[in-house]
Design a protein around this ligand. Structure first.
Ligand code: ADP
Ligand code: MG
Length: 239
């Protein structure tokens, strides 16, 4: 079943056509790679899905219901959560406090303080943050800070996780580690969109790829199909 359906989505910023007639879907328990060069419109699509922008036109359905008119908070409540391209950790709070604060706004699940702490620790452990719980973000390597951002997104109890350039700025070994974590989340039955500017970076991680260029979808399908597409090769690989 399709968890998310994006139908004829369009977003203009003044004269810029950032999203142009974009349609795709994410099925239950599927990882989709949303790929495109810088400025292609990837983050805009993600911001439209979570409700940071209102579309100029088009429809977004989540669990078969239209959501494009809903607030960000209502969409989070339905089960959509984002790890943004640029980290915005609370620098004076520890890793544990950062995760706890993401659990707090959920007024729909009543937690006692002790339960919030336990839940935050459980999520942190799942992401290998056990040893960083009492550290502040500026005391930690960037790869760990990004894992904390993923923990904050998971704390919102999503069905669909949107990861905007999760590998940007990570070392080779941090990329492998983060890929492993994303795969383990898929095994836990989350649906995931992974954004990257490079087709090759996600081809072994995702079930399907949607490739965009200048706001439009230029190819979509299983990774091998998309990678061998002539326009994808021209746009992404300069061939
Ligand atoms: P990507 O994430 O693929 O690098 P973006 O979605 O960030 O691309 O941007 C797509 C296009 O939309 C770019 O030309 C960018 O300058 C423009 N854009 C994105 N957000 C805004 C905004 N808030 N206001 C005006 N233009 C924007
Ligand atoms: Mg972006």
């Amino acid at each position: 079943m399709a968890l998310l359906e994006v139908i004829n989505l369009e977003k203009r910023f003044g004269g810029i056509h950032a999203t142009d007639n974009v349609s795709f879907e994410v099925k239950d328990h599927e990882i989709v790679g949303l790929i495109g060069p810088n400025g292609a419109g990837k983050s805009t699509i993600l911001h439209l899905i979570v409700g940071l922008h209102k579309p100029t036109s088009g429809t977004i359905k989540f669990e078969s219901k239209e959501i494009q008119h809903l607030s960000i908070h209502e969409r989070i409540k339905k089960g959509i959560s984002v790890m943004f391209q640029h980290s915005r950790p609370l620098s004076r709070q520890t890793v544990l406090e950062n995760i706890e604060l993401s659990l707090l706004p959920d007024k729909f699940r009543v937690f006692y303080p002790k339960d919030i702490k336990n839940k935050a620790i459980e999520i942190a452990k799942k992401l290998g943050l056990d040893l960083a719980l009492d550290k502040r973000p500026n005391e930690l390597p960037f790869g760990i800070v990004r894992r904390m951002e993923l923990a904050k997104a998971l704390a919102l109890n999503p069905k669909l996780l949107l990861l905007d350039e999760p590998f940007a700025g990570l070392s080779h070994s941090e990329v492998s580690e983060f890929s492993r974590l994303i795969k383990s989340l898929k095994a836990e039955r989350f649906s995931i969109i992974v954004i990257d500017h490079n087709v090759k970076a996600v081809k072994d991680l995702v079930d399907r790829i949607v490739a965009i260029h200048a706001g439009k979808i230029i190819a979509s399908g299983i990774p091998d199909e998309v990678i061998s597409n002539a326009e994808v090769k021209r746009v992404f690989l300069g061939e």
